[in-house]
Design a protein around this ligand. Structure first.
Ligand code: FAD
Length: 364
């Protein structure tokens, strides 16, 4: 295997794979992935939703800028979203209505025609987002991987990066190999600060937060696969149809260290209870569960850019709960910044402020 590259990307989730696919057009790129296969951690565990009103301002801009790629590649299947505001969530409802684009308040009765399980008296308000969709995450991820390989990129799985040393170029200890490159991209997901630490960088305070998911049977005899994604505006539960079942999440965000996450049974039980308070439907069994890590820095915005332009360490972490829906735009942006090119104008036109996602915002 060639050991000398122009760029080494650490992590083969959606972040690393998508930026590597772009960079491989112009550079010799390797991806080092510690697991046996790409997408094993957060990327393979998402709710696969495209929600253009969900996330902090930079994410909203990136998500809007990603829409064209999603549509032209056939990655989206439209699915409306309906959020409910029960008593006590008036402030969250007012906030959502003040920041949303393209959402509309609908009557609770109209919401019930879309989601017949809605319990009488639960919701004070309902708000519809008709611009949301399911994302085919596997197709998106595999298509970036295919493009990466077609462009000559090298994917090294079972290659945990355990040491990073700058000696003229970066020397990357990955499994039994040492690879060299002047530029490294930290796309290590929940391990973003761990990898940065190997390179001697100051941590940006990345906090992985566990989110649990349960797969439960849908109501027999109803056409529930066409129902919207539903949840409360206070984000204490949500539910969406998927593959002939219902996914129910307690919308938990429990701080944990980076690890191979799994669902927390108690949290899940409490979340299913909140779901059941909102619906006329009894969850009689849980068929499958999983957990994943959504990783955030304190201001909730991603961390994207060179640590110091001259030393070739590039951050691409902190995508939180929006790393799939933002990835087509974030990867184009990150590839431009890695190459020291101007950011794509269509992304900037959506209102992205680069300083808000820069790693330099943590300095001092
Ligand atoms: C339950 C849940 C629901 C979600 N729902 C949505 C949604 O509906 N829409 C949306 O847009 N987003 C959603 N997200 C968020 C989204 O999944 C993430 O933002 C995204 O997958 C992050 O991608 P990533 O590539 O940064 O991380 P990962 O997919 O975790 O990839 C990082 C990779 O780095 C590798 N790695 C780490 N350390 C090393 C090392 N030292 N050496 C080599 N490799 C290393 C890991 O093995 C991993 O494969 C959800 C997340 C969860 C958990």
């Amino acid at each position: 295997m060639t050991k000398n590259f122009d760029i080494i990307v650490i992590g083969a989730g959606i972040a690393g794979t998508s930026v590597a696919a772009h960079l491989a057009e112009t550079h010799r790129v390797a991806i080092c992935e510690m697991e046996e296969r790409p997408g094993f951690h957060t990327t393979g565990r998402s709710a696969a939703a495209y929600e253009p009103n969900y996330g902090p301002p930079p994410i909203l801009a990136l998500t809007r800028a990603a829409l064209g790629h999603f549509q032209s590649g056939g990655y989206l299947t439209p699915r409306e979203t309906v959020f409910f505001a029960p008593e006590g969530q008036e402030a969250e409802f007012a906030h959502l209505m003040s920041i949303q684009k393209g959402m509309e308040e609908i009557s609770v009765a109209a919401a019930r025609t879309k989601f017949p399980l809605l319990r009488e008296g639960y919701a004070k308000h309902a708000v519809l987002d008709a611009g949301t969709a399911d994302i085919d995450v596997d197709l998106l991820h595999q298509t970036y991987l295919k493009l990466f390989r077609q462009r000559g990129g090298v994917l090294a799985c079972s290659s945990p990066v355990t040491a990073l040393e700058k000696n003229g170029v970066w020397k990357v200890r990955a499994g039994q190999e040492t690879l060299n490159a002047p530029i490294i991209v930290d796309a290590a997901g929940a391990w973003g600060d761990v990898v940065a630490g190997l390179a001697g960088k100051t941590a940006v305070g990345l906090q992985p937060k566990r989110r649990s998911m349960a797969v439960v049977p849908g109501p027999e005899g109803s056409d529930f696969m066409n129902w919207p994604l539903v949840g409360d505006v206070g984000e204490t539960w949500y539910c969406k149809p998927q593959s002939g079942k219902l996914l129910v999440s307690p919308a938990d965000a429990t701080p944990v260290d980076p690890h191979d996450a799994y669902a927390d049974d108690m949290t899940l039980a409490e979340g299913i209870d909140r779901f059941q308070n909102a619906v006329d439907y009894e969850v009689t069994r849980v068929e499958r569960t999983w957990g994943g890590l959504r990783s955030f820095v304190a201001d909730g915005k991603p961390v994207v850019g060179y640590d110091k332009a001259e030393d070739g360490f590039f951050w691409l972490i902190g995508q939180g709960g929006y790393g799939i829906q933002s990835s087509p735009a974030l990867s184009r942006l990150a590839a431009a910044l890695v190459r020291h090119e101007a950011p794509p104008s269509d992304i900037m036109d959506e209102g992205l402020v680069l300083g808000e996602i820069s790693p330099h915002r943590f300095a001092g």
